[in-house]
Design a protein around this ligand. Structure first.
Ligand code: MG
Length: 263
């Protein structure tokens, strides 16, 4: 190896410089990702979100007229509410606060819940210095797994949930092909990391999958506690788009590389 080759190799290693012929390419012609304008704050709805509650009306929800909407918040009453729209894979943002005045304990204190596809519950509970079964506290996937941390703010203070949900997939004969997955940030803290759901939330029996539609509504639970909600929005998740135009280009095996000129 000449000094020139050694020097070029050293430069390439230092700066990651490779010649076009050596560069790995996926062979996929990717479409440009959509431009999305974020909200002013990260908790604000971005430009492609569907706003489900902006503090004024629950008109996006079936039975929304059964809940109380006042002073920019929504409070559970009488019945669960479900979005009129159905969703598959989503990113969901919502903000909630447990009642400032503490009443009850355990599951009886600040209980509500958000059900993805109307079936899979991320628990909402006042878990600030309020022990209950751990797979039933705030940030848990109810009766399936506790959160990795208790990120609860004190009663009356606002909490954020950012939920990322992947729907399950079923074969035409009803068999499960892929389970559902959940990732949850509670007040910006990762409490569920791509958790594999065992099935829909069940209270009296073990969770198990039963084939259902590709899309479902988001449901908020009325558990007879005056939990407050505000700022709820959802984004429908679309994978990056592209199509293969060639096989991936991979570096040839070493033996195939033509011997370098020696001078
Ligand atoms: Mg609940």
């Amino acid at each position: 190896m000449t000094f020139k080759m050694f020097f070029a190799g050293a430069v390439a290693m230092l700066f990651g410089v490779v010649t076009p012929a050596q560069e790995w390419k996926s062979g996929v012609d990717w479409q440009e990702p959509p431009v999305v304008s974020p909200g002013h704050r990260n908790s604000d709805a971005p430009s492609d979100a569907i706003v489900l509650f902006d503090g004024t009306t629950l008109s996006e929800w079936d039975n929304g007229d059964q809940w109380v909407v006042e002073d920019g918040v929504a409070i559970p009453e009488k019945i669960n509410i479900s979005t009129k729209r159905s969703f598959a894979d989503i990113q969901l943002h919502l903000e909630w606060a447990a009642p400032k005045t503490i009443e009850g304990d355990g599951q009886g204190r600040g209980n509500s819940g958000v059900f993805l596809m109307g079936l899979y519950e991320v628990q909402i509970l006042d878990s600030y210095k309020n022990l209950t079964y751990f797979d039933g506290q705030a940030g848990s996937v109810y009766k399936q797994t506790p959160p990795m941390a208790n990120a609860m703010r004190r009663p009356g203070k606002w909490n954020t949930y950012d939920i990322f949900f992947k729907t399950p997939e079923f074969a035409t004969n009803g068999e499960l092909i892929k389970p559902a997955y959940l990732t949850v940030l509670h007040n910006g803290i990762l409490v569920q990391h791509h958790f594999e759901l065992l099935g829909p939330t069940a209270y009296l029996e073990a969770p198990h999958y039963v084939a259902h539609a590709d899309k479902g509504p988001i449901m908020l639970q009325n558990h007879h506690d005056a939990v407050r909600y505000r700022n709820i929005w959802v984004r429908e998740l679309v994978p990056p788009q592209g199509h293969r135009v060639s096989a991936p280009f991979t570096l040839p095996a070493k033996a195939d590389v033509a011997p370098a000129d020696e001078d």
